[in-house]
Every structure is written in C-alpha cells, then in structure tokens.
Design a protein around this ligand. Structure first.
Ligand SMILES: Cc1cc2nc3c(=O)[nH]c(=O)nc-3n(C[C@H](O)[C@H](O)[C@H](O)COP(=O)(O)O)c2cc1C
Length: 394
C-alpha cells in the first residue's frame, strides 16, 4: 500500500515538470554528480553563467493592449515561419538546439539520436557538436528517417558545429563529412582558443566513462591514433580557408564585441551567434543578451541591407527570454542546457517536452504583449532596459 502510494507520488512528481527549472532539478536528481557538474557549471567564479540568466530578468516588458490577438491563435502565430540564412531556411519556432558535447552522458542508450528526433518533431534545427558522442553520419541518417517515416512536413535541418583543430586535415575531413551527409551550415565556434577554467570538472577529475567518446574524432584504424587540439592561432584569415573547402553557409559562434560583428559582416559570413559559451569560457564576460543591442547596431550600420543573421544563446529558460531576444533584434535563439536536462530526464520525450514548454511560453508571451506576428516583436517597442527604454531603440 505504502509502496503504491509512493509510486503514485513519484509518478506525480515526474508528470509535474512544468518549466525548464523543473527539468533542471529533476535532471540533478538523476544524473551522476560528475555529469551534472560538467553540464551545469561554468568557468572560474561562474559570474557569467549566472548573469546570462539574471540579465533577462533585468529587462522588463511593456505590453501593448487592445490588440486583437484572436485572429492568430497561438499555434498559428508562432507557426508563422521564421526565415533564416537569406530565406533559404524556414523554422516554425525561432528556437534552435545549441551544440553541446556528448549527449550519451545524459542518455546512454540514444544520446544525440534522441535529440535529433525531437528536433524533427518540432521542425527546428539541431546544431550537432564536433564533440558529439554519436557519429555525424548516424545522426543525419536518423534525421532523414524520422522526417520520412513520421514528419514529412518537418522543416528540420542539421547544422554542423566546428571546432578548428591544429590538425587541419582532420578539420577539413570533418567539414567534408558534414557536407557529404547533408548538414546545411557550418557553425564555427571561435571562443575556445583554450579551454576555460572549469574548476568543478577539475575537482571531479572529469573523464568520459568507458564506451562514451567523441565519436567523430576517432580514427577508424586506431581509437587512439588521432591527435587533436584546439588551434589557438585561429584568426579571421582562417575563414577564407574554411570558405574555400565548403559551399555551406558559415556562421560564427562566440561573438560578444561589436567590432567582431562588423568584421563578420565584412567577411561575408551568413550568421553570427552572440554567445559566451554558456559561461564556460571567459568568466565575467558580458551576458549575451546585454551584448546584443550594440552588436545589432554594429551589424546594421556596417551594411544597410545586411543579410547576416544574428542569433543568440546563453541563459534562455523562459518564453519571455525568447521574446526579449527577438525584440532586441535576434533572428532566433539557441538553447543548450535545457535540452540536456530534458534528455537526461526522459530521452526524446524529455527534449520534446522542453521544446514544447518553451514554445507554449513563447506563444503566451507574444499574445500577452500584444504581438500578433514574429515581426511585431521587434516593431512593437515592448522592452524597458534597466529602467528606461533607450536601449531598445536601435
Ligand atoms: C555541457 C555543455 C557542452 C557544450 N558543448 C559545446 C560544444 O561542443 N560546442 C559549442 O560550440 N558549444 C558548446 N557548448 C555551448 C553551447 O553551445 C551554448 O553556447 C550554451 O550552452 C548556451 O547557454 P545555455 O546552456 O545557458 O543555453 C556547450 C555547453 C554546455 C553546457
């Protein structure tokens, strides 16, 4: 009797995961400490990690009223599609799965394959990490299969996140493999010329358990043969080299400085991600959302009809956060840890739920702030930054 009662209570607990923080807490209960710390923590004193979320709370919304939002029922208003990369890509919800390493740590059995199925269900983009624990070809195959068998209408796409290694041959092979198996963009991460000081991982002697590894970096002939290390000499001129070996659109991830955003425009990249790597690299760097207004201004002044997309990640945990990022000029957001929490709690279903929660919250936030369409979000002047609204006027 007692057992049944506690099983019901347990079940209730599982069912009552209403928001991203609920998923986070549940994941904390489930994951081994070492994995949880690896996922959650940031570098040094974790100032940037915390600030990424707090900065969204400091921005206040100023909703507009007496706007008929009934003609756009929630599902339709969000499903008005967002066009990315020069209109070559359409997504139904401006929220992309950020590249995060080794999903098999969160879900041993399916890892990235569970994540990619959820990306297809939600018709969004999954950006696959160089450090994925599943071969990129297998992820692409699962992506195709899921679309064909279950969601033929899905707009989902795969993007490939690239770390540039000292071993340029390995780097080139990764890009070529991604292009060959159907990835649609290369997202070059540029804020990791050296690994940030992640003290929790050092305390825990973080290491991948047996059987989980960065599958795409494994040499077929010998598991231990590859020698890879991040290239700390990476600079703007290397973009030319990457451009010369792929026809895929290039997106630069890890920009916080407006000068770098201008440089990205000048180099003709198709997108940038305003990001501090989820607070895992340079601690005390500016929160992503606070960096965004200057970057949008810089991009718009550099090229009047600039087609370069600006995306943002770091600290997005609520639909209102997405609304704020779009109101400040971002084309779409990327979410990292929330996906990992969903994956840890309930595999594919967990990731589906996390995306659904964010989608529902975003729909509600749009309607409550008087935004009928995605375009209204940036037009409606609905933000108050730090007590005044000057910064919202770009
Ligand atoms: C556990 C973990 C692993 C990550 N791995 C990568 C990676 O392999 N490549 C990359 O470009 N970014 C990586 N990131 C950074 C994310 O892409 C993203 O910038 C960040 O997680 C966004 O912040 P959020 O977690 O607050 O949403 C990782 C982040 C986390 C938390």
């Amino acid at each position: 009797m007692d057992e049944t009662y506690s099983a019901i209570e347990e079940n209730k607990k599982v069912r009552r995961l209403l928001n991203i923080e609920d998923y986070h807490q549940r994941a904390q209960q489930i994951l081994p400490q070492m994995t949880y710390d690896f996922y959650r923590t940031g570098s040094d004193d974790q100032v940037t990690l915390v600030d990424n979320q707090l900065a969204y709370r400091r921005i206040k919304l100023r909703p507009k009223i007496f706007i008929d939002v009934s003609s756009h029922p929630p599902s339709n208003s969000v499903n008005r599609h967002t066009k990315l990369l020069n209109s070559s890509v359409t997504i139904s919800f401006p929220c992309i799965i950020a590249p995060t390493a080794v999903h098999c740590l969160a879900n041993r059995e399916h890892g990235e394959l569970a994540t990619v199925r959820a990306a297809v269900t939600h018709s969004t983009i999954m950006c696959v990490s160089t450090l994925a624990s599943t071969r990129m070809e297998s992820i692409a195959e699962e992506h195709r299969r899921q679309i064909k068998e279950h969601y033929p209408q899905s707009y989902s796409q795969l993007w490939y996140q690239l770390y540039v290694f000292k071993n340029r041959q390995l780097t080139q092979q990764l890009i070529e493999r991604a292009e060959r198996c159907g990835y649609k963009a290369v997202v070059i991460t540029v804020d990791l010329c050296v690994l940030g000081n992640r003290e929790c991982d050092i305390h825990n002697d973080f290491a991948l358990p047996d059987g989980i590894r960065a599958e795409n970096l494994i040499d077929d002939t010998d598991d231990n043969a590859f020698k890879w290390a991040y290239d700390s000499s990476l600079s703007w001129k290397d973009l030319g080299w990457i451009r010369s070996i792929t026809r895929l659109p290039l997106i630069v991830k890890g920009i916080l400085h407006p000068d770098d955003a201008r440089e990205a425009v000048r180099h003709g990249v198709q997108g940038i991600v305003v990001s501090n790597h989820g607070g895992r690299q340079l601690d005390t760097s500016q929160s992503a959302i606070e960096a965004l207004p200057d970057i949008i201004r810089a991009v718009r002044s550099e090229a009047k009809n600039c087609e370069m997309d600006v995306y943002i990640d770091g600290g997005i945990r609520r639909g209102t956060d997405i609304l704020k990022a779009l109101a400040l000029g971002a084309k779409a957001v990327l979410v990292g840890r929330p996906i990992l929490w969903g994956l840890a709690v309930d595999g594919e279903k967990g990731v589906n739920n996390v995306l659904q929660i964010l989608k529902n919250e975003f729909q509600t936030a749009m309607m409550l702030s008087g935004c009928q369409t995605i375009e209204d979000i940036s037009k409606n002047d609905i933000l108050v930054m730090n007590g005044n609204n000057n910064e919202s006027k770009l």
